[in-house]
Design a protein around this ligand. Structure first.
Ligand SMILES: [Mn+2]
Length: 195
């Protein structure tokens, strides 16, 4: 059963998360950053994982803590659900467009956290006040660190911010769908462990 359940409460945020890697992409998200909830719903659907998240935090300051901590909790939950990673493909990649925007995400569930994030504010227009390219970068720093994954995110072209972010989160989901697939009975490492 590739499932995990996590609760993380701090003085800044309160987050609970349940994930089923072999689900159907069903989501129940109560996240007080609606834009990020929308992106995580797309991610889960494209990844084929069931995701339940309840998250609230000190938004009277700004979304910084909740955004970062959501990346931490989601990364930890996915990592826990992946377990020993026996039999998975381990690497996944995807290109996903959204109208004029096109993103490529390449993911290796290697146990070695490393983020390459080639998404830049100058590439997009219509950045909303409540989210930004920099917030997205901080979310993916947390996610890659706690998923212990090598994550390369490239926004190849775009104009509209919302389209750009949708293409990134969908491509991440599709890359994870490929990487988490169980294709053998062996650990996908010549080293003998993935941590
Ligand atoms: Mn949308």
């Amino acid at each position: 059963m590739r499932k995990a359940e996590l609760v993380r409460n701090t003085k800044e945020t309160r987050i609970s998360c349940r994930v089923d890697l072999d689900g159907k992409g069903d989501c129940q998200l109560e996240i007080s950053v609606p834009f990020l909830a929308h992106m995580l719903e797309l991610f889960a659907r494209f990844a084929g994982i069931d995701l339940q998240v309840q998250a609230e935090g000190d938004l009277e300051i700004d979304i910084h803590h909740l955004n970062e901590d959501l990346g931490i909790v989601l990364g930890q939950a996915l990592s826990q659900a992946l377990g020993g990673k026996e039999g998975i493909r381990r690497v996944g990649f995807a290109y996903v467009p959204m109208d004029e925007a096109l993103s490529r995400v390449v993911l290796d569930l290697s146990g070695r956290p490393y983020l390459v994030f080639n998404v830049f504010a100058f590439q997009v227009e219509n950045q909303p006040k409540d989210y930004s390219i920099e917030y997205a970068r901080q979310f993916f720093v947390s996610l890659s660190s706690h998923l212990r994954a090598n994550l390369h995110i490239d926004l190849l072209r775009a104009k509209d911010f919302h389209h750009a972010m949708e293409s990134v989160f969908k491509a991440l989901g599709l890359a994870l769908a490929m990487a988490k697939e169980e294709i053998s009975d062996r650990l996908p490492s010549t080293k003998g462990r993935l941590d």
